[in-house]
Design a protein around this ligand. Structure first.
Ligand code: ADP
Ligand code: MG
Length: 417
């Protein structure tokens, strides 16, 4: 049996039937890459006996691809921790938490076998649709916060909640994953490390790591802050705190400085805004808990399952209604609903164009762009390109999509530079 040495990152994404160490390969067949983490590669895999499909997270524990022996120790600690936490959460289980099926250890790799999430990351889903309706946001956030309530009831803090770590199964049902940064809160344990992803970090975690305001530790409420950031992002397609200069972004987070700006928030009702404003509260004592958030009026309306299958009859009916509506409107208004003049004057003020522009902006910059902070989306209307498109395309294709996760051992200076 062939065992692959060297960098797993070098392997071709279409290289089916790859075999790793015997301990893993005697049970499973590894297939194509589903995603990558900071120090892991996740592949589709297949049980040799049952043919059932899973996702296997493969971690090179020698550290040779990630900075040597010291890093190897940190990597092993991180993934052992993930297994420990997941085993603790598996008792009783929760439908919105990823299920760890198997854990295999070899001298060179860890293999974490998970249930398969066919629809990938919430991040990719959001990138494809740009924004989500209030109904879909409600369905997703209810699942996320109910999983967070379950995690907290087991005295665990996730510490890295973000759309990349929220997976969707074939029915677009939410599964919280990536418990590598999770911590167990036992008596006498105080959390002080800076970990997670900058845009989702809670003010108290940042202040604690900077030694500000005598904050000596943080707790479970940091996950609720991250939920606020995620919910905001789902509704308008951009995060509440973002700045090209990381330090300015971190300052805005610590001051809880965000806005429900126009025009993105104009069409959104007050109930989700109210919940966000109760999640994005600087003082963790005043921030709602997961249980309290689930009691919020935003979640008191009946959940509508996300429409996944194509229903021709339903689509046809919707198209007819839209055409009928437009004809009636034109009749009453006696003018075009959106005139070319309006489009020329303020294209960004029209929702459909705004969505398309935001999609283009994301594809160009690979992060959400905030208007009025030196990165005006209106620049997309410029007649001549501001940069060399050829170079830009090649640099884009080599750039990574995932936002970096700061490991538990990183210092704040690491993210500010
Ligand atoms: P890391 O701990 O190294 O950050 P993650 O657990 O976040 O790794 O996994 C990296 C990526 O792999 C995810 O963002 C996702 O795209 C993909 N992935 C992980 N688990 C699964 C799964 N169970 N089903 C499908 N894709 C997955
Ligand atoms: Mg991850």
């Amino acid at each position: 049996m062939m065992t692959i040495g060297g960098s797993i990152d070098n392997q071709d994404e279409t290289d089916f039937g790859i075999e790793y160490d015997d301990a893993f390969s005697s049970k499973y067949i590894a297939k194509h890459i589903l995603g990558r983490g900071v120090s892991s590669t996740v592949r589709l895999c297949c049980d040799r006996i049952t043919n059932d499909e899973y996702a296997v997270k493969i971690i090179d524990i020698t550290g040779q691809n990630h900075g040597g022996d010291n890093r190897a120790e940190a990597i092993q600690e991180e993934y052992r921790n993930e297994v420990l936490v997941l085993n603790k959460l598996i008792e009783g289980g929760h439908p919105n938490i990823i299920n760890l099926i198997d854990f295999i250890e070899s001298p060179t790799y860890f293999f974490l076998v998970f249930e398969l999430c066919h629809s990938g990351e919430l991040f990719d889903y959001l990138t494809a649709v740009i924004t989500l309706s209030e109904k879909k946001t409600r369905a997703i956030m209810r699942s996320v916060i109910s999983a967070v309530a379950y995690i907290h009831s087991h005295n665990v803090v996730h510490r890295d909640l973000k759309p990349e770590n929220i997976l969707l199964d074939a029915d677009l049902k939410v599964k919280i994953s990536d418990f590598g940064m999770a911590a167990e809160l036992t008596e006498g344990v105080y959390l002080r490390e800076l970990c997670g992803t900058p845009g989702y970090m809670a003010p108290e975690m940042l202040k604690c790591s900077m030694g500000l305001e005598n904050i000596s530790s943080y707790g479970q409420k940091i996950d609720l802050w991250a939920c606020g950031v995620i919910m905001y992002t789902l509704l308008v397609g951009r995060p509440p705190f973002w700045h090209r200069k990381k330090m300015l972004m971190l300052r805005a987070i610590m001051e809880g400085r965000y806005r429900f700006g126009s025009p993105e928030w104009d069409d959104i009702s007050d109930t989700p805004k109210d919940l966000i404003s109760k999640l994005l509260v600087v003082d963790p004592k005043l921030r709602v808990s997961a249980e309290e958030a689930l009691e919020h009026p935003f979640f008191q309306q009946t959940e509508v399952p996300i429409q996944t299958s194509f229903n021709a009859r339903r689509k046809f009916k919707a198209v007819c209604l839209v055409v009928y509506g437009v004809v009636r409107l034109r009749h009453y208004l006696g003018q075009r609903i959106v005139s070319p003049h309006t489009i020329q004057e303020n294209p960004y003020g029209i929702k459909a164009i705004r969505k398309a522009l935001d999609g283009c902006a994301f594809n160009i910059y690979r992060h959400w762009v905030k208007k009025g902070q030196g990165q005006d989306r209106a620049a997309l209307f410029a007649n001549s390109p501001k940069m060399d498109i050829k170079n830009m395309t090649s640099s884009l294709s080599s750039s990574q999509q995932t936002t970096p996760t700061i490991s538990r051992s990183s210092s704040l200076t690491g993210i500010i530079t």
